[in-house]
Design a protein around this ligand. Sequence first.
Ligand code: SF4
Length: 328
Amino acid sequence: MQGGVGPLPVATAPARLARGWYSFSEYVSERFGPGTKVYKVTLDAGLTCPNIDGTVGRGGCTYCSNRSFSPPVREPGRSLAEQVRDGIRFYRERYGAEKFIAYFQAHTNTHAPAARLRGVYDEALSAGDFLGLDIGTRPDSVPDDVLDLIEEYARRYEVWVEYGLQSAHDRTLAATNRGHGFAEFEDAVRRSRNRGFRICAHLIHGLPGETQGMMLESARAVAGMGLDGIKIHHAYVARGTALAADWRAGRYRPIEMSEYLEVLVATLEVLPEDVVIHRLVGEFPGAEVLAPDWGIGKGAFLARVERELARRGTRQGARAAALASIAS
Ligand code: SF4
């Protein structure tokens, strides 16, 4: 796992990397003022996914369970205005939140004609006092007219577009029935650049058949693409998925915490230090998530990441510059 380049001492890291990685909350503080907290209100626009409705494929990705996406408010049949109202109330009452981003997380939130998408985004944004929009989608579902539309919103709002990639290996993407390859991701990123919105990629470490080396190759592949943000998950087994059937049959072994920690540290090291880390870990066991059970909660895991980075004297970006100079 380790390359031949020694890490930089943590003492040389900018303040934004105090924990060892450039977190979304640090980014928000820089962008909107020190101490500002911005909460993402998870919304379900009622759209489906081209990998479920037959446009690209049927059955979806083998690990996909939109129910495991930890929303506090989503129920079928509720209007966007109701979801916005309840979501904002939830975060205000629980966390004293004041600033919000409308987050379209479930399914593929660009999978509709641009005119319908405009209606969806407008309905949500007009129902609450939002400073931004966050759109989760697939790289094969962003025609240019939809990107033009999102670019319009980026003139008035903080806008992020999140592309699910998960792995840079076509073999893994095929094995997990993603319905697209790495080339579609490269194309989507290329067409999304210089449009005023921020580009975030999702990676999943621990997918079936992947070695730690393959996971790190995926990290290296996206590290050099000039992305603004990344979400890193461990692969988890959600109830009712094809992956759950494989896990029950002994055909899939979820990633161990020590393995994930190892590859996560290596991933952070190769990512440029200005890439915002939106997430560092996937979902933990609960009603919808069956495995892996690492015996600790999310907060304790994140504390462990921080300790591990400090113990090794490394941080996000510690190997990024070295890799760039080797490549040039
Ligand atoms: S692209 Fe997303 S919503 Fe569609 S099947 Fe895969 S994980 Fe599920």
